[in-house]
Design a protein around this ligand. Structure first.
Ligand code: IMP
Ligand code: MG
Length: 176
């Protein structure tokens, strides 16, 4: 929560001059999104130049078992054209290869936002990385499969309050 508050401060410093659209990447991002937005809201309301803050939600699906697949699907959300001229903050749970975010960013750039920034709670240190780095990073994590705090393995474990590494036994048990 300390780290999240710090991220909120950095984000408001850089983006707080203009209407912000906070875009939650579901489902894994929802816990971090809710906590981060609470801090951003508080900072925005307490500043003398508070700006409109609106939210939107999209779904992106790229995982089967513990492997990133090549296809990245974007589902839901308002018309992306609503983002035109706005400061868009994409809120993600974890970046691994970077492919999901790069796909999303190229889609968004077609809508002519004023600014797009990406905040990810976690970034995995992995040789599979494309080299992509989000603008704001909560923590760097080891190259293991993580669950909890809305991160899932085949939809399981989102309900854990903490983040942990999934062991091989659990991977086997909850495989599809
Ligand atoms: P990327 O496209 O390889 O960067 O993968 C990003 C997406 O894969 C994230 O939005 C997550 O939903 C999912 N993901 C990657 N690593 C993990 C993990 O360790 N646990 C749960 N989901 C993960
Ligand atoms: Mg995700």
């Amino acid at each position: 929560m300390d780290r999240t508050e710090r991220l909120a401060r950095d984000i408001i410093r850089d983006m707080g001059g203009h209407h912000i659209v906070a875009l939650c990447v579901l489902k894994g991002g929802y816990k971090f999104f809710a906590d981060l937005l609470d801090y951003i809201k508080a900072l925005n309301q307490n500043s003398d130049k508070s700006v409109p803050l609106t939210v939107d939600f999209i779904r992106v699906k790229s995982y089967c078992n513990d492997k990133s697949t090549n296809s990245v699907k974007v589902i839901g959300g308002d018309e992306l054209s609503n983002l035109s001229g706005k400061n868009v903050l994409i809120v993600e749970d974890i970046v691994e290869t970077g492919r999901t975010m790069q796909t999303l960013l190229s889609l968004l750039s077609e809508c002519n936002p004023k600014m797009v920034k990406v905040v990810s709670l976690l970034v995995k240190r992995t040789p599979r990385s494309s080299g992509y780095r989000p603008d704001y990073i909560g923590f760097e994590v080891p190259d293991a499969f993580l669950v909890g705090y809305a991160l899932d393995y085949n939809e399981y474990f989102r309900d854990l309050s903490h983040i942990c590494i999934l062991n091989d036994q659990a991977k086997e048990k909850y495989k599809v």
